[in-house]
Ligand binder design. Structure first.
Ligand SMILES: [Zn+2]
Length: 203
């Protein structure tokens, strides 16, 4: 298909980028379909900008979370929940795992899934926060925010292309689904310093 705008996949078991009822089964998404999907995000950004919050502000915080997570460990593959005594809170979020993918494993060809972009990803830093369904979380649920997953591809899609992943994800696929959702669930609580008593200091 030559006229597609977005390859609707980042590969390797990932849910489709746009997993709406209309688009989830589509391997390729056209410009028209993409525009229809991002309209509500554009409206949300307009109202957030009235509060003084830009798309770059949101994406800068995503990048900060990834950077902080990789300050915890420089191991290539690291499950926090399996390390005795380890219990990190990063910017108010309970850290579970950070890992590096090679681009070839997660994203075929290591290229941005937006056809006109061509940005290549070498190593994809991938971070999970707060999967509270896991046993080590028992009894600590009151500390938890909602689960969140981020990686360099999802942040690039949001910042460069205004594409937030869509559709309900399973516990390990909870990427930000819209500017307002990320603002409400993560950015605003962080800005307001809640719950600051759980924020770990790194660097
Ligand atoms: Zn791109």
């Amino acid at each position: 298909m030559s006229q597609y705008t977005l390859l609707n996949s980042v590969g390797d078991g990932e849910r489709p980028i746009l997993a709406t009822s209309r688009l989830t089964s589509k391997k390729y998404v056209t410009r028209t379909e993409l525009n229809a999907t991002t309209q509500s995000d554009i409206r949300e950004l307009s109202s957030l900008e009235k509060k003084g919050v830009s798309l770059d502000d949101l994406c800068d915080f995503m990048d900060l979370l990834i950077a902080r997570a990789f300050q915890v460990t420089d191991q290539p593959f690291f499950f926090l929940g399996q390390v005795p005594g380890s219990d990190f809170i990063i910017e108010g979020l309970r850290y579970w795992m950070a890992r590096n993918y090679s681009g070839s494993r997660l994203l075929p060809g290591s290229k941005c899934p937006v056809r006109s972009c061509g940005k290549r990803f070498g190593i994809v830093q991938d971070v999970f926060f707060n999967p509270s369904r896991y046993p080590f979380a028992k009894g600590k649920e009151e500390l938890y925010h909602k689960p969140l997953r981020l990686n360099r591809i999802s942040v690039h899609l949001a910042r460069a292309h205004l594409i937030f992943e869509k559709g309900s994800g399973t516990w390990d696929q909870c990427y930000p689904t819209s500017p307002k959702q990320f603002y409400t669930d993560f950015y605003k609580p962080w800005k307001e310093g809640k719950p600051s008593r759980y924020v770990a200091q790194f660097g």
